[in-house]
Design a protein around this ligand. Structure first.
Ligand code: TXA
Ligand code: MG
Length: 355
């Protein structure tokens, strides 16, 4: 039986965290909020517990997990070395939505890192996540708490919907404040590589390091499994998503015309995941709108993104229309997730190009 336990997001009850920590130490699975998305946690040093994560998610064994610790000085338990660049990034962004790829410590089971010589390490900023790691007294391996390939969960209900009985405990502290996953940076290579844009903007990383961080996400080949989160169609909703990419005015208009054609012309049940300014013109067409909020507030749009996709699925739409946003700050992560969710990318020149 899954136990859903409400906790205060700022001041979680220590007795609850102690109980949840004991569940983790005894090999159980505890889903918990981080500042980005909900994670599905297990004791990172217990191979049997880690195996339960892969089974619950339906995740392939070649996709490694992120190990969560509560402070920089705990990194020595899971990483064989912490390079100067890692310390510089953590000095600025820990705790926070940043994951660093480091050389792996022998104590970390091969199942966690999918046999790689490196390990992904993150110090989350959410008081519940930090309290849980401290209460457990062990590093916690935790992928996003969704079925493999589905949209990441930003509420406890999303976790229940995807994983239900496979989880022992769910700590429910309400919606997660960032809404997209952590930024992943490989600091074992020179220059450091951005493997996944996320809550910490690339601009801020480069500022902290005083040098470039290489973003190869645009050109990554489908067979590259260094970070499977970067593969096309990784963050997929369960209905096809058409992404309109190009100049803002063109994308807005093309999306509206397509919505009109599908909804009015073909009688389809159409969903749209759009900034607030687009919503009013779409609703009269009978389109189900997930409103991302003001376009000048990328943090707000990131927070609403995954819930918006799930709301549209739940509304039973047959197709979801979305358009890209400016790729500054967390906007790069939004654009990246939309691209990976897209079944089709529609651009001005080509009109319809499969992703
Ligand atoms: O915000 C987050 O990072 C959330 C919360 C729960 O912390 N976690 C999360 O985990 O997004 P997951 O498993 O959904 O995504 C982790 C990504 C995967 O794409 C995985 O391939 C990559 O990290 N990864 C893990 N270990 C790696 C390694 N050693 N080298 C390269 N990529 C790695
Ligand atoms: Mg994930």
């Amino acid at each position: 039986m899954t136990r859903v336990v409400r906790v205060d997001p700022e001041h979680p009850d220590p007795a609850r965290l102690a109980e949840a920590g004991a569940v983790l130490r005894s090999g159980g699975l505890v889903a918990f909020p981080t500042e980005t998305v909900y994670g599905l946690g297990a004791n990172a040093l217990d191979p049997a517990a880690v195996a339960r994560i892969f089974a619950a998610k339906g995740r392939p064994a070649h996709d490694p997990l992120i190990v969560h610790i509560a402070a920089v000085d705990e990194a020595a338990r899971v990483a064989a070395a912490v390079p100067e660049r890692a310390r510089a990034l953590w000095a600025r962004f820990a705790p926070g939505p940043l994951t660093l790829i480091l050389p792996k410590h022998p104590a970390v089971p091969a199942a966690v890192t999918a046999g790689k010589p490196t390990v992904a390490v993150r110090i989350p900023a959410h008081p519940v996540a930090l309290g849980l790691i401290r209460a457990a007294g062990v590093p916690i391996a935790a992928p996003s708490a969704n079925k493999f390939g589905h949209t990441s969960p930003t509420t406890a209900q999303h976790v229940l919907d995807d994983l239900g009985a496979a989880v022992d405990w769910i700590l429910d502290a309400g919606p997660t404040p960032v809404g997209v996953e952590s930024t992943i940076v490989d600091v074992t290579v020179d220059p450091p590589a951005l493997l996944r844009p996320g809550g910490v903007p690339r601009e801020a990383l480069e500022d902290a390091l005083g040098g470039p961080v290489v973003w190869r996400g645009d050109v990554v080949a489908a067979e590259d499994v260094r970070a499977p989160g970067m593969l096309p169609r990784h963050y997929a909703p369960r209905v096809p998503l058409w992404l309109f990419e190009g100049p803002r005015a063109w994308a807005r208009e093309a999306l509206w015309q397509t919505a009109a054609q599908l909804a009015r012309g073909q009688g389809q049940r159409v969903g749209a995941l759009v900034p607030h300014a687009d919503a009013a013109r779409l609703r009269p067409l009978g389109v189900v709108v997930a409103d991302l909020g003001p376009e000048h507030d990328p943090a707000g749009m990131a927070r609403r993104l995954f819930a918006g996709l799930r709301d549209l699925e739940a509304a039973g739409v047959e197709v979801i229309l979305a358009r890209t946003v400016a790729e500054q700050d967390v906007g790069l992560a939004i654009a990246d997730r939309l691209r990976r969710a897209a079944a089709h990318i529609v651009r001005p020149a080509s009109r319809a190009v499969a992703s």
